[in-house]
Every structure is written in structure tokens, then in C-alpha cells.
Write a protein that binds this ligand. Structure first.
Ligand code: MD3
Ligand code: FE
Length: 217
């Protein structure tokens, strides 16, 4: 017996894990649309390529980033913010592809958020060794909207802390196709990604891609 036998019946192999008040891990939720997500992603990064941004402290991020949607998250020496223009191209960010919007809305709905309408998607690209240190996401105006994250490619260890940086984070493995919906009080918890381990994924090779859908405006 093989789990892939049930790929046409996504509800039968869906494992939902409650991580915290309002935060749910939907294991494998995006697996049956992975090819659609990847082809849409290729079109987005053909217009706004991945780049390593610089933090306000002057460090080059090990994660390469791009965005799509009405606004994109950017950081440079002078700070971080959402902007309608991609500073690398001088043009607006590519629009949110329909497949992106669809998976984000369906995942939010599954977690109990009926009317999630994201206007921004930050796209993170990790190669072995890349990491994201503990941080909070506080640049979004609508604090009642959840954040939806879709993981593709190599597995990663997600670090889930509390509202204070000093609380020791819990560790969860996120694999290809996993979706997490972060709402409620957990929306402002510290979180990060441990350094990506060496590996090879049949579709993405030596990469992990994470899409985070936000209502930024
Ligand atoms: C928990 N990305 O882009 S996704 C980020 O895998 C970010 O690339 C990580 O943290 C990644 O800001 C983690 C999961 C995630 C995203 C946003 C959250 C978890 C969150 C916001 C609040 C709490
Ligand atoms: Fe984050």
C-alpha cells in the first residue's frame, strides 16, 4: 500500500495538527497541486528574480527572496517594509497567480478563516545551509488576518517560539506539500527556520521554497 494511491482524494490523507491557539499544520495539503504551484512560481521569478536582501544591520540574508502580489516585503540598509515596486527591476511585483490565491484561500478556510484575501506573497528560497533566525512578522496592517505558509522541496526544521524571544522554541519538521495557517494569538509568536540540511528533492533538487501569503495592506 502506498499513500500516493490516495492522491486524488486529498481529504483521506490529510493530517491536521493544532500547533497553538489559531495555528494549524495541514500536512500534505498542497501536494496535489505542487506542479501547478511550481509552474506559476517559474513565471513569477522570471519577472522578479530571487535575490539575497540586506538586513538593516548590514547582513546579507542566506535565504533568497522574491514576492508577488500588490506589494512585496523588502529589506535593505534603511529598514524593512512592504513596497509596490520591486527595487531590483523598478517595476511592480508580478500579480498573485490564481493557483497561489486558491491554495491560500482553501487552506485558510480549512483552518476556520472564511474570507482570507491575501494581497502579498513572500517567496523564500533556501539552499543547504540557509536559515532564518527567530523573528516576528509585524509589518502587516491587518492583525486579524492569518498568514498561510506553503512548503515545497527539501524538508526543514521550523522553530516555533512564544511571544517572548527567550521562550525555547518547539521544533516541527515541514516537508514538501505541508501548509501552515497562523492566526489568533500565535500570529505574533517568534519563529524561524534551522539551517537547511543537505539533500535532494525529486522536483526541486537542492532547494526548499516557502510561500507565505499575507494580508499586508
Ligand atoms: C508563525 N518564513 O517568511 S513559514 C517568513 O519557512 C517566515 O520560510 C518561514 O517566517 C519559512 O516570515 C516560516 C511559517 C510561518 C510564517 C509566518 C508566521 C510561521 C509563522 C507568522 C507568525 C507565526
Ligand atoms: Fe516569519
Amino acid at each position: 500500500m502506498n499513500a500516493d494511491l490516495f492522491d486524488g482524494l486529498p481529504d483521506l490523507n490529510l493530517q491536521q495538527v493544532c500547533l497553538d491557539d489559531g495555528a494549524f499544520l495541514l500536512r500534505g495539503f498542497a501536494k496535489n497541486v505542487d506542479a501547478d504551484l511550481m509552474s506559476a512560481l517559474e513565471k513569477v521569478v522570471a519577472q522578479s528574480p530571487f535575490r539575497h536582501m540586506i538586513t538593516p544591520g548590514g547582513f546579507r540574508m542566506s535565504v533568497a527572496m522574491s514576492n508577488c502580489g500588490q506589494v512585496g516585503w523588502i529589506t535593505n540598509r534603511s529598514g524593512y517594509r512592504y513596497d509596490v515596486i520591486d527595487p531590483e527591476t523598478g517595476r511592480p511585483w508580478p500579480a498573485l497567480p490564481e493557483t497561489f490565491m486558491d491554495i491560500a484561500r482553501r487552506a485558510a478556510m480549512r483552518a476556520g478563516y472564511e474570507n482570507f484575501l491575501p494581497d502579498a506573497c513572500l517567496i523564500n528560497c533556501y539552499e543547504p545551509g540557509a536559515r532564518l533566525s527567530l523573528h516576528q512578522d509585524k509589518n502587516e496592517r491587518d492583525e486579524s488576518a492569518p498568514i498561510v505558509s506553503v512548503s515545497l522541496g527539501l524538508p526543514a526544521v521550523f522553530l516555533f517560539g512564544g511571544l517572548s524571544r527567550t521562550l525555547r522554541p518547539k521544533r516541527y519538521q515541514l516537508v514538501h506539500g505541508d501548509v501552515v495557517v497562523w492566526g489568533g494569538p500565535a500570529r505574533f509568536n517568534f519563529h524561524g527556520i534551522a539551517p537547511l540540511l543537505e539533500g535532494y528533492h525529486p522536483i526541486l533538487g537542492r532547494k526548499r521554497i516557502n510561500l507565505t501569503f499575507r494580508k499586508a495592506l
